[in-house]
Design a protein around this ligand. Structure first.
Ligand SMILES: C[S@@+](CC[C@H](N)C(=O)[O-])C[C@H]1O[C@@H](n2cnc3c(N)ncnc32)[C@H](O)[C@@H]1O
Ligand code: SF4
Length: 456
């Protein structure tokens, strides 16, 4: 990857993160639910990827842009786990229950807000309705807030088959932690990592954020040093999305405590250089991994995919998601649950799926989905294969898009490799960091009225 400051300022746009195509703002609340359910009923033998959203958090992090409910009433989990059980029952009626669950993820909020007893109840339901595997081939993960976990809970999770954890670290600097209302000393994360390794967790991811209040180059370098010393297999480095109009808690972060945009860029540049020098590879879009990590290997083998859980090695699975705000994806059909608990609850209690919105991809969406997801995962796109897969003439079908790519071509962000019998778009080292801008060219639905985060 090549850092080119002039190019970065030229293409300093806002844009989607492409965990789906079309992206969530296209999901339609007026779409026929019968039509969506009809699509869910289509027979398939694809493996399953399950997602469970647990919205509760015991503490409020001021920067947070996640769908969450802040409460210290731990018994709120009781009803919620019952609702998830009922939602699974309803969903499972529409599925062949022998389909293997190769991927499972608990996100939030804080999934470990649930007590050990509730975690057991939840897993009992999952096992009742789905075919879990526990032979080491599974990728079962959970997001962990280090303040909301202990050895016994982690041990229980591993007994249930969890073999990956994603830890919310953000920054180790005490001043930053105080400003974001998330104080968790290094020793707390260190002991979590030790416990996880002892319990045989095969992969640890750390979430970090740059652009938080009071971050400095020296301070964040120290955080990175501490991160690297704990040797997580993967690191997600997110750009702080400060949208105080949308997320009330962010109003508690004063503008003058935030790094200027030039400082944010310096933080990003330093972080990338630091992590690459420490032996991590840049997978793309905020993600780094060790060279022997499955993501890095899948990328080299051209098999990396992207979905709502970020980058994944599981091609062709159907994603079934449970809980408030959860989004399912089945072969080009997206279904999003209600984002607020009361509406979600009342639907499930009536014996109905809690569908708020959805989207059914047409043929053009499927072609563009393939193009965007391949570019963002592989940093290259074999146009000849696209022509064969979708029976189109790429140059004709995407003539406007190819014209729009010309300035990026001239700026050295990509090249067309027409050697041999096949034509491939290759994203250069200069273009990698700006991959979202390149993908945006192929996004037919891009709407300037929707506010996305900055691409860098
Ligand atoms: C679902 S949340 C976190 C899981 C868990 N609740 C925790 O905090 O440890 C996933 C990640 O999103 C990131 N995140 C949350 N709000 C953000 C924001 N405003 N900008 C950038 N990243 C954000 C954080 O790095 C967080 O760890
Ligand atoms: S960052 Fe995680 S723990 Fe903090 S409020 Fe958001 S979801 Fe909850």
């Amino acid at each position: 990857m090549i850092w080119d400051s002039a190019l970065i300022s030229k293409y300093d746009l806002s844009g989607p993160r492409y965990t789906s195509y079309p992206t969530a703002p296209q999901f339609d609340a007026s779409i026929s639910k019968i039509a969506l359910i009809d699509k869910m009923l289509m027979p398939s033998e694809a493996d399953l990827s399950l997602y469970f959203h647990v919205p509760f958090c015991a503490h409020l992090c001021y920067y947070c842009a996640c769908n969450k409910i802040v409460t210290k009433q731990y018994d709120k989990g009781i009803e919620y786990v019952e609702l998830l059980g009922e939602e699974m029952r309803l969903r499972s009626l529409m599925l062949d229950d022998s389909r293997k669950v190769t991927q499972l993820h608990f996100g939030g909020g804080t999934p470990t807000f649930l007590t050990e007893d509730l975690i057991k109840v939840l897993f009992d339901s999952v096992k009742q309705y789905f075919n879990l595997v526990n032979d080491g081939s599974q990728d079962y993960s959970i997001e962990i807030d280090p303040r909301e976990i202990n050895y016994s809970k982690l041990e229980l999770l591993t007994e249930m088959g969890i073999n990956r954890i994603s830890v919310g670290v953000q920054d180790f600097d005490h001043k930053v932690q105080k400003a974001i209302h998330r104080v968790q000393p290094y020793s707390m994360v260190e002991s979590l990592v030790e416990d996880a390794r002892k319990l045989g967790i095969k992969s640890i991811n750390f979430d970090l954020i740059y652009g938080l209040p009071y971050q400095s180059i020296e301070g964040f370098k120290e955080t990175l040093k501490q991160v690297v010393s704990l040797s997580p297999e993967r690191i997600s480095l997110f750009n702080y999305a400060h949208l105080p109009d949308r997320f009330r808690a962010q109003r508690r972060i004063s503008d003058d405590s935030l790094p200027l945009s030039s400082m944010k860029l310096d933080l990003l540049k330093m972080s990338i250089e630091y992590l690459l020098a420490a032996g991590y590879e840049y997978i793309g879009m905020d993600h780094f991994a060790k060279p022997n990590d499955e993501l890095a290997i899948a990328q080299k083998q051209g098999e990396l995919q992207r979905n709502f859980q970020g980058y994944t090695t599981h091609a062709g699975t159907d994603l079934i998601a449970f809980g408030v705000s959860a989004i399912s994806e089945l072969n080009g059909v997206y279904i999003q649950n209600y984002t607020d608990l009361p509406t979600y609850r009342s639907s499930i209690e009536k014996g109905q799926l809690a569908i708020a919105k959805g989207y059914i991809s047409d043929c053009d969406d499927r072609i563009r989905h393939h193009v965007i997801m391949t570019l963002i995962s592989q940093f290259q796109l074999n146009m000849t294969l696209v022509e064969q897969k979708f029976s189109i003439d790429f140059d004709k079908y995407f003539s406007q898009e190819i014209d729009s790519l010309t300035p990026m071509l001239q700026d050295g962000m990509l090249e067309f490799d027409r050697s041999g019998m096949q034509t491939t778009i290759k994203i250069t080292g200069r273009g990698r960091l700006l991959i979202r801008c390149i993908c945006m060219v192929f996004d037919k639905h891009l709407n300037s009225t929707v506010k996305f985060s900055k691409v860098i």
